[in-house]
Design a protein around this ligand. Structure first.
Ligand code: ADP
Length: 192
């Protein structure tokens, strides 16, 4: 059974934390566009220099830049038999691009998993993370903007996957271990 998965959820829903755990349990790479951008910014690469103006204010990086980066990453050998994408796709156009990337490789997405969390729960989580990690996009204003972008651009993609019968939803509230267990159970139920 192949496992080509995307993880959806609002900023602060715990995608990054859960993506790493779920991917490890399934033996597939967790691929986070946010982490890829941050690594490039930290390393001062040309890509990093290009994207920082967007990430720092919580705006989406232009699709052309993001799509190329994801296409390159999914072409790496470790993603040949499966992957868990975290932070991509993030708008409906990226859904189409992911379809094209996978179709070009002769494969298809198996499942989209949505981590559901109330925005009133995620803002305090993100502010707490800001204290610990010092991410520059974790100030209250930028967080509110990221949540708006999520509601407008990203939330609609769950409906697209639901329409294809590819969506499963998991409650993101609770202990980290419990959420991981729930995610793995729901993936197992959906695709075995
Ligand atoms: P969060 O989900 O907590 O907002 P991420 O680490 O996933 O954080 O993303 C951080 C930032 O990276 C986003 O606010 C955006 O600027 C950029 N980014 C990440 N993924 C994408 C994407 N698929 N398309 C465009 N921009 C993206």
């Amino acid at each position: 059974m192949s496992r080509r998965l995307v993880l959806l959820g609002a900023p602060g829903a715990g995608k990054g934390t859960q993506a790493v755990r779920v991917a490890e349990a399934l033996g597939i790479p967790a691929i986070s566009t946010g982490d890829l951008f941050r690594a490039n910014i930290k390393g001062g690469t040309p890509l990093g220099l290009k994207v920082q103006e967007y990430t720092s204010r919580g705006a989406l990086v232009p699709d052309s830049v993001t799509n190329d980066m994801v296409r390159d990453r999914l072409a790496q050998p470790d993603a040949a038999d499966g992957f868990l994408l975290d932070g991509y796709p993030r708008n409906v156009a990226q859904v189409s691009e992911l379809d094209a990337i996978l179709a070009d490789a002769g494969v298809a997405l198996d499942l989209a998993v949505e981590l559901e969390a109330d925005p009133e729960v995620v803002v305090p989580r993100l502010l707490k993370r800001a204290e610990i990690e010092g991410r520059e996009d974790d100030t209250e204003d930028v967080i509110r903007h990221r949540l708006d972008v999520y509601a407008q651009e990203t939330a609609p993609i769950a409906a697209v996957y639901a329409g294809r019968g590819l969506l499963t939803q998991v409650d993101a509230i609770g202990e980290v271990d419990d959420v991981t267990t729930r995610l793995l159970a729901s993936i197992d139920t959906a695709i075995g």
